[in-house]
Design a protein around this ligand. Sequence first.
Ligand SMILES: CC(C)(COP(=O)(O)OP(=O)(O)OC[C@H]1O[C@@H](n2cnc3c(N)ncnc32)[C@H](O)[C@@H]1OP(=O)(O)O)[C@@H](O)C(=O)NCCC(=O)NCCS
Length: 185
Amino acid sequence: MTDQAPAAPVESPDIPGKPIAASRTTLSHIMTHNDTNLLGTVHGGVIMKLVDDAAGAVAGRHSGGPAVTASMDEMAFLEPVRVGDLVHVKAQVNWAGRTSMEIGVRVLAERWNESTPATQVGSAYLVFAAVDADGKPRRVPPVIPETERDRRRGQEAQIRRTHRLARRRAIMELREKRAADGIED
Ligand SMILES: CC(C)(COP(=O)(O)OP(=O)(O)OC[C@H]1O[C@@H](n2cnc3c(N)ncnc32)[C@H](O)[C@@H]1OP(=O)(O)O)[C@@H](O)C(=O)NCCC(=O)NCCS
């Protein structure tokens, strides 16, 4: 945790910004018996793969090329998903840094053969890094928010980034200190 203010939006003056709508993506899939866990409901890993796939499509579209998953956090499973559910995975870019992007994902489910409204069953935030042909990080376009909701999501993404970086730094500092003190695991 940190008491630092969220980082200011990163300017990439030589790369034109892209509106969020240009890369927003929905991936839909009907759940079958192949997708279940031992309890008979859909395996969380099946949902996570769809989440990663949809977020990867957004990252690729926003950055205009290959992008890899750097981290996935705050994956929440709110309701069980069942065989026969039509699952919609909706993903959009919330924030872009120099070479990384945060993608926000909402997971909705409805019965495949009923006209009842879909309910939200999960959500996640992922960080993708855009990479070049050698797998090295490359610059990404700034995000152009279009609505107040987009602006709020961008502000919240910066808070999450501040905490991710602070947590990583604190853990590295602890490990370095233990190593310097000669403590072995
Ligand atoms: C992600 C990866 C490209 C980062 O490479 P790196 O040499 O550490 O490069 P950097 O430290 O400059 O990080 C690049 C960007 O990613 C961000 N990043 C890196 N690791 C991160 C993490 N664990 N969580 C959040 N953001 C991360 C950095 O903050 C930086 O963002 P910025 O440029 O917008 O500030 C590299 O670690 C990698 O290739 N990982 C494997 C990815 C992969 O194979 N994913 C699929 C798994 S099956």
